[in-house]
Design a protein around this ligand. Structure first.
Ligand code: PLP
Length: 365
């Protein structure tokens, strides 16, 4: 029997994917001759203008190396070291940034909020923010929400506005971790402005890497007062790229002809295909609605192990447990179908082996 072709693309993370052609071409084009460093170059100006066009507003834009830095520095810019930031209990800023928001803000406390499907329950904001008002407790300053969420769900415009209503009433700033913002917009089919500044978002960390660039996220300040001296924050934290054109040029490639949305829509479509492929299999329990580019499932542990054994990589530690199957801009229909076929084989083998064990113990008995 011919051996199966090696698995080239996995469902572990959209970070596993390479650079998409539009971003790569722009990088290549930027790699010509000398140009001014530290962001005073044409590529950075063009990328910033394209972001302003995308959001249809004046906003201040900064490019940093990754999402952790973007979130941490953006949150730090909302207040002082004695403030607190409220986030969902499984938010990346809480669970996966190694305390960077606290570190870069010199001590802001991150407080957790509950909510189903990875989304903040708006009612909890007031409860947590008003829990204490004395000088011994950090003063609430901002709320951060993740769009799309860590479990692949997407806040609707109305849901973001419901959170905004609470933050506004409490005088809090609204931050959006948009590591998968492109997937969220592609899923919602709304104009980017509708789900950001028109819904009360003060500052957005717009993820480039998961969308198809090689590195770098954009911090977009709709509330421009918050951007005061943000360039100093970037420099001090080692986030001011000297050859900035190589952080900003891929954004030009992604934004110029809408590649950012096309690529995200494709990743979302692959997740929908994957969900359709596993739906209805008795041994597979779907954990969350699939609204962006990931599918979360609960599998029998032997099946997870068997899939890992045949070479599939996917995570089992994100969110509230289960397996996270993440699609990327380059996931193909064949990748999805092959995974589903391997999953069905693993389930069949696991069931055959448990029947065999049962039969042997009966005959032994
Ligand atoms: C929800 C979310 N926010 C932010 C990030 C950015 O992280 P990084 O610093 O690895 O770019 C990630 C990456 O996995 C993420 O999933």
């Amino acid at each position: 029997m011919p051996s199966a072709a090696p698995i080239r693309r996995h469902f572990a993370s959209d970070n596993y994917a390479g650079v998409c052609p539009e971003a790569w071409r722009a990088l290549d084009a930027a790699n010509a001759g000398h140009t001014v460093s530290y962001g005073d170059d044409e590529w950075t100006a063009r990328a910033s203008d394209l972001l302003r066009e995308t959001f249809e507003t004046h906003c201040d834009v900064f490019f940093v190396f990754n999402g952790t830095a973007a979130n941490s520095l953006a949150l730090a810019s909302t207040g002082q070291s004695y403030h607190s930031v409220l986030c969902h209990e499984i938010a990346h800023v809480e669970t996966d940034e190694c305390g960077a928001p606290e570190f870069f803000s010199n001590g802001m406390k991150v407080l957790q909020l509950p909510g189903a499907n990875g989304k903040i329950d708006p009612g909890a904001i007031e409860r947590v923010a008003r829990k204490r008002a004395d000088i011994h407790y950090p003063k609430p300053r901002a709320v951060t929400l993740t769009q799309a969420t860590e479990v692949g769900t997407v806040y609707s415009v109305e849901e973001v506005k419901a959170i905004w209503a609470r933050t506004k009433a409490l005088g809090l700033t609204l931050h959006m971790d948009g590591a998968r913002f492109a997937n969220a917009v592609a899923s919602l089919g709304v104009a980017p402005k509708e789900i950001t500044w028109q819904a009360g978002v003060d500052v957005l960390c717009f993820g480039g890497t998961k969308n198809g660039t090689h590195v770098g996220d954009a911090v977009v300040f709709f509330n421009r007062a918050l951007a005061a001296e943000f360039d100093y924050r970037c420099k001090q934290s080692g986030q001011l790229c000297s050859k900035m054109r190589f952080l900003s040029a891929p954004w030009v490639g992604m934004l110029e002809d809408g590649a950012w949305l096309r690529r995200a829509a494709h990743a979302n479509a692959m997740a929908s295909r994957l969900r359709a492929g596993v739906q209805g299999i008795d041994e597979v329990r779907l954990l969350f609605p699939t609204q962006a580019n990931s599918v979360f499932v609960d599998l029998p542990s032997g099946v997870t192990h068997a899939l890992h054994q045949v070479g599939w990589k996917f995570y089992t530690f994100i969110g509230e447990g289960g397996c996270r199957l993440m699609c990327a801009w380059d996931t193909t229909e064949e990748d999805v179908d092959r995974f589903v076929a391997d999953l069905k084989t693993a389930i069949r083998d696991a069931s055959a082996s448990s029947q065999h064990v049962a039969a042997s113990s009966r005959s032994a008995g």
